[in-house]
Design a protein around this ligand. Structure first.
Ligand SMILES: [Zn+2]
Ligand SMILES: [Zn+2]
Ligand SMILES: [Zn+2]
Length: 357
């Protein structure tokens, strides 16, 4: 079974104290991020974004919860050593630095579980979370409806919203109990967690497209403008945000924010290219003798499918699933409308349903 993967990630960056925490989301590149099992199609023109997301390859499997596998990417350890050391001497023992760093990722993980569980609730697929130095990536594939997308995205930051009163209460209790004097390390830890959670929330809600806020904006625009145009608008706004973030990184002289900005820029660009690809599909003539067994939309006429073997683009409905370049036969076809993969034999119905892109 091929997985339509959509990375949803949280990330953080922090060199200065209080630790700067942030979380972001790559675009809804269901097609661009398609991992290619042998002999499956991806939409041609969708393979536009470099594969910069961490995968479970090169990762350690930590555990499974609610049927979701949690992985830790190897690079996490490298950056963790740096991250823990750069926390400096806020505490009397390095053990607190380690605990703080681990708790940061625990909050990120809870955020990702928010996305994953919400995605499942609306009937989507979510079975993997990968933690890496920039945070976490929840691989979710919500149904292609704006409401389902909106809930899957909003549920992540809502975890941080729910944690806000919890951390506020602990801070208040600690302050009342005089931890500042009696338990300074614990008090500092509690205060830092409050900052981490709050900054994660604020950063994620920035309306810069690949970030949660940008994807929420995109989902809202989807109700009015449709799938392709909403992505076009949201990723265009994203570029403005990225420019602001780059300026901020230069002003703050923060390498981490610079790396984040670059990462957002790449994903924002991917979103824009995907929106253009969607528009191309939407404007293409149709194969009227075929219909997607899931969404009932007739497939576009044109070289929109890529051979998994030789990478040449071709029209699978014209060639009955045979790559004209290398002769490989494909038994299933990918629907650019709804993102499902279905056997060729199931597509042979006529349809009058217009594309909704
Ligand atoms: Zn998120
Ligand atoms: Zn081929
Ligand atoms: Zn479909």
């Amino acid at each position: 079974m091929c997985q339509a993967k959509r990375g949803v990630l949280a990330w953080y960056g922090g060199v200065a104290a209080p630790p700067c925490a942030a979380a972001a989301h790559p675009p809804n590149n269901q097609w661009a991020r398609w991992t290619l099992p042998k002999n499956l199609f991806v939409g041609a023109g969708y393979v536009i974004s470099p594969h910069i997301m961490p995968t479970h390859r090169g990762s350690i499997r930590l555990f499974q919860l609610f049927g979701i596998e949690v992985y830790l990417h190897w690079s996490w350890f490298v950056v963790a050593i740096y991250g823990i050391q750069s926390r400096g001497h806020q505490y009397n023992s390095i053990g607190w630095n380690v605990l703080e760093y681990l708790t940061l990722f625990l909050i990120v993980l809870m955020h990702e579980f928010g996305h994953s569980l919400a995605c499942r609730q609306v009937g989507g697929r979510a079975n993997q979370i990968v933690l890496w130095p920039l945070g976490g990536v929840a691989y979710v594939s919500p149904p292609q409806r704006p409401g389902a997308m909106l809930w899957s995205i909003a549920a992540g930051p809502l975890v941080n919203v729910a944690l806000f009163p919890v951390f506020s209460l602990i801070w208040w209790l600690g302050h009342s109990a005089g931890w500042v004097e009696s338990l300074p390390d614990l008090y500092r830890f509690v205060v830092t967690l409050w900052y981490i959670n709050t900054i994660l929330l604020i950063f994620n809600l920035m309306p810069v497209y690949p970030l949660d806020g940008g994807q929420i904006l995109r989902s809202l625009l989807w109700f009015m403008f449709g799938r392709a145009r909403s992505l076009l608008i949201a990723s265009s706004i994203g570029f403005v945000g990225v420019a602001g973030l780059i300026l901020f990184a230069i002003w703050a002289q923060s390498v981490w924010i610079g790396i984040m900005a670059a990462f957002i820029l790449i994903n924002c660009w991917g979103g824009l290219m995907q929106a253009r690809a969607m528009a191309r599909v939407a404007n293409a003539p149709r194969h009227n003798g075929f219909a997607c067994p899931v969404c009932k939309v007739a497939p576009p006429r044109g070289a929109f499918w890529v051979c998994g073997k030789c990478r040449k683009a071709f029209d699978t409905f014209e060639t009955q699933g045979v790559c004209p370049n290398c002769g490989t036969q494909f038994a299933v076809a990918f629907c650019p409308e709804c993102g499902n993969l279905r056997p060729m034999s199931e597509w042979t119905f006529s349809s009058n349903v217009p594309p909704k892109l």
